[in-house]
Design a protein around this ligand. Structure first.
Ligand code: ZN
Length: 208
């Protein structure tokens, strides 16, 4: 099959991208799936501010939780570009199949938080999910914190950086991937920064 995990992609898109109103056209997107998919998502971008209001409760709830790095929005805006701020601090989602690390499979290295530089995932946690976003079956111990996300009438598990509370994505379980955990940390590339050498990613003040 060309798209063996279409149902998974579909579900991920539905639950992850916020572009629910445009789902109807997805099943017809076969041969030109990727470009159409991308166009749909990009078309949805202007609606993000409206959709952002749907996230109000969970956003304020988790952002008020204390994290070791508790910079204010103004402080984050000083160090993040607008897209990083939208995703990390406002819980946005990058379009699928577009992220820098979607098809990035290094043999070693570490992915750190693009906000605070805390190490989150090792290269060997990453696997090919086909979902359009970087996928990891596990994180570094304690690096990622889970929150229940009840937006859109669904119950999902949001994952944030334990150090700064930056939004990473969501984690899904029991999808049948042949990984040690059968979990998929579905993470925005924009939330991450890759370092080939782990010692350079130890957060020794580089991000501050
Ligand atoms: Zn962080």
């Amino acid at each position: 099959m060309r798209l063996p995990r279409f149902s998974s992609i579909f579900r991920t898109f539905f639950t992850f991208s916020n572009a629910t109103a445009r789902l109807q056209s997805l099943p017809r997107a076969t041969a030109s799936f990727a470009p159409v998919h991308r166009a749909i998502v990009l078309n949805s971008m202007p609606s993000i501010p409206f959709l952002g209001s749907l996230f109000g409760t969970s956003t304020s709830a988790s952002q008020k939780m204390s994290h070791p790095d508790s910079r204010s929005d103004d402080e984050w805006k000083a160090v993040l570009n607008p897209e990083q701020f939208r995703i990390l601090r406002e819980k946005g989602t990058e379009p699928p199949f577009t992220g820098e690390y979607d098809k990035h499979y290094p043999s070693e290295g570490v992915y750190t938080c693009a906000g605070c530089n805390a190490p989150l995932y090792k290269a060997n946690h990453k696997f090919k999910s086909g979902c359009g976003w970087p996928a990891y079956f596990d994180s570094l111990p304690g690096a990622v914190t889970r929150h229940t996300d009840r937006t859109f009438g669904m119950e999902r598990t949001e994952i944030v950086c334990s150090n700064c509370g930056g939004h990473l994505g969501h984690v899904f379980k029991g999808e049948g991937y042949p990984t040690p955990t059968d979990e998929r940390h579905c993470v925005n590339s924009i939330s991450l920064k890759f370092h080939e050498q782990e010692d350079k990613a130890a957060g020794n003040g580089e991000a501050k």
